[in-house]
Design a protein around this ligand. Structure first.
Ligand code: MN
Ligand code: MN
Length: 259
């Protein structure tokens, strides 16, 4: 079945620097349905004609409730897209997918590797989700794109977990290989250069253009079974421009889920 399930996870308690992403899901929906743009993707998929089962937004209090909420919403059929929330939500979301997709590849688009063993004493910080995913064997392959904040510790972690890291320095998107397993895409909005996406907690210069990420999504060679769009922080945004970018990415990802 190719139906799409949508959930919003309003949770930002694992943000190390600033909160705000808990407010994001309704604002991304609003941008998607705004009269400022039509509902077609660039490859002429009419999003308004897709069967999208919208489960609504969930205000999560306890971190591990994200897993049970996601499991319930995921059900047996369909492909799930989640609007976050800070990036800590990806670990429980991937855990919720494990039964259905024991062999999963992940395309992680981010300024940061999010591979810390722990951050400020918290193993579930938004700086750690991909360390938890890899050490628990929840992904066969992890490919990171847009990284520009490596530390020696994170570089060691990437090597330990055999992560394919495509840093911004010397970036060549044509080097990203095909994915053999079903693919989950995790898009941290701070992967974009702050010029394109000011509405994030961590402004990290030297990032991806909107065009590069759209091209990456449109051309990735894989069956996309799930995705999240995280770290949009409305408190930092200008004229909702980051909400519109998140909504456009959501459209393009949805189209790839059904085509
Ligand atoms: Mn992140
Ligand atoms: Mn990030």
């Amino acid at each position: 079945m190719n139906n799409i399930i949508l959930q919003g996870i309003q949770y930002d308690k694992k943000s190390s620097f600033q909160q705000g992403p808990a407010k994001a899901p309704p604002l991304i929906r609003e941008a998607l349905h705004s009269d400022s743009a039509n509902m077609f993707t660039e490859n002429l998929t009419d999003i308004s004609k897709l069967f999208i089962e919208d489960k609504g937004d969930f205000r999560i209090k306890e971190y591990f409730d994200i897993e049970s909420t996601t499991k319930k919403n995921l059900g047996r059929e369909g492909k799930l897209i989640t609007l976050g929330g800070d990036h800590s939500i990806t670990y429980p979301i991937i855990k919720a997918h494990h039964e259905k997709h024991p062999a999963l590849d992940i395309l992680h688009i981010d300024a940061h590797g999010d591979l810390y063993d722990e951050f400020e004493g918290d193993k579930y910080s938004h700086a750690c989700p991909f360390a938890r995913i890899m050490e628990n064997g929840l992904a066969r392959k992890l490919v990171q794109v847009g990284i520009r904040t490596l530390t020696t510790h994170q570089k060691e972690q990437a090597e330990k977990f055999n992560v394919e890291v495509h840093e911004m320095k010397r970036l060549d998107l044509s080097k990203i290989q095909t994915f053999k397993n079903p693919l989950y895409i995790s898009l941290d909005m701070d992967a974009f250069d702050p010029a394109f996406a000011p509405g994030v907690s961590h402004h990290e210069p030297g990032g991806l253009t909107s065009r590069q990420v759209i091209d990456l999504i449109q051309n990735v060679d894989a069956e996309i079974i799930g995705a999240d769009i995280v770290e949009y922080n409305p408190d930092k945004d200008f004229h909702n421009m980051t909400a519109y970018l998140a909504a456009k990415m959501m459209k393009e990802i949805m189209a790839r889920m059904v085509n």
